[in-house]
Design a binder for this molecule. Structure first.
Ligand code: PMP
Length: 437
């Protein structure tokens, strides 16, 4: 039974799912992925719930792809956006505006060490593009090392750093090397992070002139199927990269903003301090904004010329972002992600004893993955099964995401206000759906 939730969305009088579907086919890009047999027309959102055109409620266990951290339309975030929209909707970095400066200061206070200079962007892709460019400018080198199965964006540079053929259109990726993924489920060295790190040293030794621009990785690969880097990996790699003169970039687009529960940033669980941190998604609870944070020393590379984007640090997005940071603090969302996430992971892990199709349950906080396989020994990806299961779960009122190179991993990345009752409902629906396979 779905947990009680006190909210009734206003009546909807707009076009139906069928009508929108028709328009979508004719006018929207064919690259858009259709998750369900009958597309879902979502018209309202309130905290961890979404509502369709008929007012039907769904538990959002995907959180807008790990984006909605405070909850859909959180009143404090909505109020901050509306207030700022009424005063000034747009201003560029050519002028002063307090919303932008206040947000930069608040963001910097969440980062360790000397990481305190903020550049605002409009997305995760742009944040990573800028980070790669900064590493190249700072070091005077071109070679970047990223991980196989990583995802960093869809523009020229970030698509090059991305290492999953599903997301690659470009074939030119000069100076990018993809290292062995420290994947604890399928990787050749199991959970021995230091052994995987040896591959990065090999790339430096045999694939470059011995000097590199930098290394970029997610602490937990999101699109790649919620894979947490093997322990010991990042410290060893950071040491190799720094010896080769490179900068270490943490892509916190998915794993940042308290999602992992144990820490505010994903990299913190690995006991490293990056030189550049990139972020988006959770930063704005769904508003389009991203950021790059680095040290004053590295930031100097952008003083050679004018580095500029029209919308970066838009005051409305900045006001929303500041409200997000306050809500995370006020509502103790990191602690909640830790408590509810640990509980949910335990319950999902227990499903493994019952359902042979579950090959692996992994992740941290409210960033969890369940890898489905048709053969546990061979780890054969259950590709067709997962689509059917997602569809069935949707019919019962639960929306989950999917990812992984083979597309056989459930991604559970709900708003961080997720409750234990929500976790129980999700597990019960998944259990029931798996039983009916
Ligand atoms: N990095 C990571 C880790 C991501 O998950 C994504 C988006 N899925 C990006 C970068 C790109 O962000 P955006 O879609 O906002 O450009």
């Amino acid at each position: 039974k779905m947990p009680h939730f006190d909210y009734t969305p206003p009546p909807y009088t707009g076009p139906s799912a069928a009508e929108i579907s028709k328009k979508r086919k004719e006018y929207l890009s064919p690259s858009i992925v259709h998750l369900f047999k009958n597309p879902l027309n979502l018209v309202d959102g309130k905290m961890q719930y979404l509502y369709d055109e008929n007012g039907r409620r769904y538990l959002d266990a995907f959180g807008g792809i790990a984006t909605v951290c405070c909850g859909h339309c959180h009143p404090d975030v909505v109020a901050a956006i509306i207030n700022q929209t009424k005063r000034l909707q747009h201003s560029t970095v050519l002028y002063l505006n307090h919303a932008i400066a206040d947000f930069a200061e608040a963001l910097a206070s969440k980062l360790p060490g000397d990481l305190k200079v903020v550049f605002f962007t409009n997305s995760g892709t742009e944040a990573n593009e800028l980070a790669l460019m900064m590493a190249r400018l700072y070091t005077g080198c071109h070679d970047i090392i990223s991980l196989r199965n990583g995802y960093h964006g869809n523009a020229a540079g970030t698509m090059g750093a991305t290492a999953q053929s599903n997301y690659k259109f470009n074939t030119v990726q000069i100076g990018v090397h993809h290292a062995l993924n420290p994947d604890q489920y399928r990787g050749v060295f199991g959970s021995d992070g230091v052994k995987y790190a040896g591959d990065v040293q090999e790339i430096i030794d045999y694939g470059t002139c011995g000097r590199v621009a930098g290394f970029i990785a997610e602490a937990i690969q999101g699109v790649g199927g919620i894979l947490e880097l093997a322990p010991g990996y990042l410290p060893a790699v950071y040491s190799s990269i720094r010896k080769a003169g490179g900068l270490c970039i943490a892509d916190e687009v998915q794993s940042g903003f308290a999602r992992t529960g144990s820490h505010f940033w994903g990299f913190e669980a690995h006991d490293v301090v990056p030189d550049i941190v990139t972020m988006a998604k959770g930063i704005g609870n769904g508003i389009p904004i991203g950021a790059v944070v680095t040290t004053p020393e590295i930031a100097k590379v952008l003083t050679y010329r004018t580095y500029f984007n029209t919308f970066g640090g838009n005051p409305v997005c900045a006001a929303g972002g500041l409200a997000v940071l306050r809500v995370i603090e006020k509502e103790k969302l990191q602690q909640n992600a830790f408590v509810v996430g640990s509980y949910l992971k335990e319950r999902l892990t227990s499903l493994k004893d019952k359902h042979e199709i579950i090959g692996d349950v992994r992740g941290r906080g409210l960033m969890l993955g369940i890898e489905l396989v048709t053969d546990r020994q061979l780890k054969t990806p259950a590709k067709a099964e997962i689509l059917h299961l997602m569809d069935q779960m949707k019919e019962l009122g639960v929306l989950v995401g999917k990812g992984g190179f083979h597309g056989n991993v459930f991604r559970i990345t709900p708003p961080l206000c997720f409750t234990k009752e929500d976790a129980d409902f999700l597990v019960d629906v998944m259990d029931y759906t798996l039983s009916k396979m």
